[in-house]
Design a protein around this ligand. Structure first.
Ligand SMILES: Nc1ncnc2c1ncn2[C@@H]1O[C@H](COP(=O)(O)OP(=O)(O)OP(=O)(O)O)[C@@H](O)[C@H]1O
Ligand SMILES: [Mg+2]
Length: 120
């Protein structure tokens, strides 16, 4: 099966700091993937590259087989990539769905939250 997300040979430098060195990851449809690593290993940087916060220094990202470069989180969102961050932005009193749609909730024609649409 072709991966829906492919990150190939990703490198990221912040000045003299090499945050990512030659990272490869393929994610297929329906897969749930956990990314594990020590503090400072580069997990957040990798996810931020996939979600358009940073550009990779080099390497390739393909979404559903198409070579992609996200200039902003908005671009990534347009490709259906959503991110919930571990700190600050997370509203702990809300569930995962509500956190996804925080500040841009889907409403029905009466102006009420359309929880059913947001959940699917
Ligand atoms: N904006 C930034 N500018 C400079 N260096 C950064 C920046 N963001 C991350 N780094 C560096 O990149 C490396 C990877 O950091 P990252 O935050 O991705 O680690 P992590 O695996 O998410 O760690 P943690 O488990 O603590 O969340 C670290 O050396 C970090 O200091
Ligand atoms: Mg992190």
């Amino acid at each position: 099966m072709k991966p829906i997300v492919r990150m190939h040979a990703i490198h990221k430098n912040f000045g003299g700091v090499q945050a990512l060195k030659n990272v490869h990851i393929d994610i297929c449809r329906g897969e749930v993937v956990a990314l594990l690593g020590h503090n400072g290993a580069g997990k957040s940087v990798l996810v931020q590259i996939l979600s358009g916060v940073f550009s990779q220094t080099s390497g390739l990202i393909e979404i559903e087989g198409h070579k992609t470069r996200f200039a902003s989180p908005r671009d990534a969102r347009a490709a259906h990539i959503e991110t919930i961050y571990q700190t600050l932005a997370l509203a702990e009193n809300l569930d995962a769905t509500a956190n996804f749609f925080l500040g841009r909730e889907i409403k029905n024609r009466f102006g009420f939250l359309d929880n059913r649409t947001m959940a699917v």
